[in-house]
Design a protein. Structure first.
Length: 80
């Protein structure tokens, strides 16, 4: 099994030299940020499309309220 500390120290030295090259006054999300945002936007679009399809299948019919048909208000029915 390879020595993990050697590869970790090598990776850290490469990252430190890369960090020195980055301009601290100009930080942008870059290509990776755009790709993550685009994937999230596509996922939301797909979920909304799926939700719309499922909601259109719902057939909701409310049962008539027997108290409303008799002409008695809800407060009077609760008291009497």
């Amino acid at each position: 099994m390879p020595d993990m500390s050697a590869s970790a120290s090598l990776a850290m030295t490469q990252l430190v030299t890369f960090a020195k090259e980055v301009d601290e006054d100009k930080v942008t999300p870059g290509v990776l940020g755009f790709i993550v945002f685009a994937v999230m936007a596509l996922a939301v679009w797909g979920l909304m499309k799926s939700m719309n399809r499922h909601m259109s299948k719902v057939d909701f019919k409310e049962a008539p309220d027997s108290k409303a048909e008799s002409g008695v208000s809800g407060d009077a029915a609760a008291k009497g």
